[in-house]
Write a protein that binds this ligand. Structure first.
Ligand SMILES: [Zn+2]
Length: 221
């Protein structure tokens, strides 16, 4: 596939993922989000500063160093290039990143409470551990980006982090996988909050992760 074909394919997948988030009802009232997809070891595709009504050709190509190589970014998006680049650099297998203010996940971020993994979808979609909280820093600032990198170092298998007093950051092998995990995390956060009113959520029994893996393998074989 040519460079152009790769760009177009990833752009279409990213737009589809963005539309899926709205359809699933996991966006905040403002509809704020930013999504990116890795192009190679030094470039990514990034939403231009809005996601509602986004078209594939509106995505910008940006270097990990912050340089805009093609397309245009609103300043609101230019600020967060470092946040996305830091994740791609820390995790070579990550192909896409989604940041949202999904309301229930954001409630955990605002409360500085890690979100436990206590629902089946969270296990299945790749987050078999709690979602850790990264200390607050202004969006895109060195403090915030360093905080994310530090948590990723400490938690080598987490596929998501909560940004304190801000929102959610999720990453996966591709746009669809990252979007599925955003939905699973938002559902889990909602369920945790609802369960708190009736006595509180309860952990999985020991071995649940292995049992889910075995079940997935059985169906796939
Ligand atoms: Zn945000």
């Amino acid at each position: 596939m040519s460079d152009r074909d790769v760009r177009n394919e990833r752009a279409e997948q990213l737009v589809e993922a963005a539309e899926g988030l709205f359809a699933a009802g996991v966006m905040s009232h403002s509809g704020h989000a930013n999504l990116s997809a890795r192009l190679d070891g030094r470039r990514l595709l990034l939403t231009p500063g809005f996601v509602r009504g986004l078209r594939p050709e509106q995505l910008a190509t940006v270097g990990f160093d912050g340089q805009v190589l093609e397309g245009e970014l609103r300043s609101v998006s230019a600020e967060i290039i470092a946040m996305h680049s830091a994740v791609y650099e820390a995790r070579p297998h990550v192909g896409a990143i989604i940041h949202t203010h999904s309301p229930s996940a954001t409630a955990f971020a605002v409360a500085h409470r890690p979100l436990p993994c206590r629902t089946e979808p969270m296990l299945r979609f790749g987050q078999a551990e709690d979602v850790p909280v990264v200390p607050w820093g202004p969006r895109g600032s060195d403090v915030s980006v360093r905080g994310i990198a530090e948590v990723l170092r400490r938690r080598p298998t987490t596929a998501a982090v909560l940004l304190a007093n801000h929102g959610l950051l999720v990453f996966g092998p591709d746009s669809a996988a990252a979007a599925h995990l955003v939905v699973a995390i938002e559902e889990s956060a909602e369920a945790e909050i609802a369960a708190a009113a009736i006595g509180g959520a309860v952990d999985f029994p020991p071995g649940a992760q292995e049992a889910v893996r075995a079940s997935i393998a059985r169906v796939a074989s």
